[in-house]
Design a protein. Structure first.
Length: 116
């Protein structure tokens, strides 16, 4: 039984950036990402590398690799054992791009604003 509830962040326009990213991936990569999301449901904040890594400012990345492709899905935790997946990208550089982290922070701020 999962210990954490994983949800996709939804923008006010009804789109779900992380889910949209995952659905655009090839079948094997998509399956691997969903497998790692399941690990996140079970382990939550105890999930560590190579599956998950803390980036900064409360933002984490789910780290998946299929062949030479590396996909990242960014997320944050919410009180009540909830995880919100914000956005995803294919990693091409050694470090996670700052603009992707900032986008996740922007989505988190929007999520929190709408939860009040």
């Amino acid at each position: 039984m999962p210990n954490f509830k994983v949800e996709f962040y939804g923008k006010e326009d009804g789109t779900f950036p992380a889910e949209d990213f995952i659905l655009k991936q090839p079948p094997k990569m998509r399956a691997r990402i969903y497998q790692y999301i399941r690990f996140l449901e079970i382990k939550g904040n105890e999930l560590r590398e190579p599956y998950s890594k803390y980036l900064r400012d409360g933002i984490f990345e789910l780290r998946t690799q299929q062949g030479n492709d590396m996909a990242r899905v960014l997320y944050f935790f919410v009180v009540g054992r909830k995880v919100i997946l914000t956005n995803g990208f294919i990693k091409k550089a050694p470090k996670t791009p700052n603009d992707q982290i900032e986008l996740a922070k922007k989505y988190r701020a929007d999520y929190e604003r709408r939860q009040e």
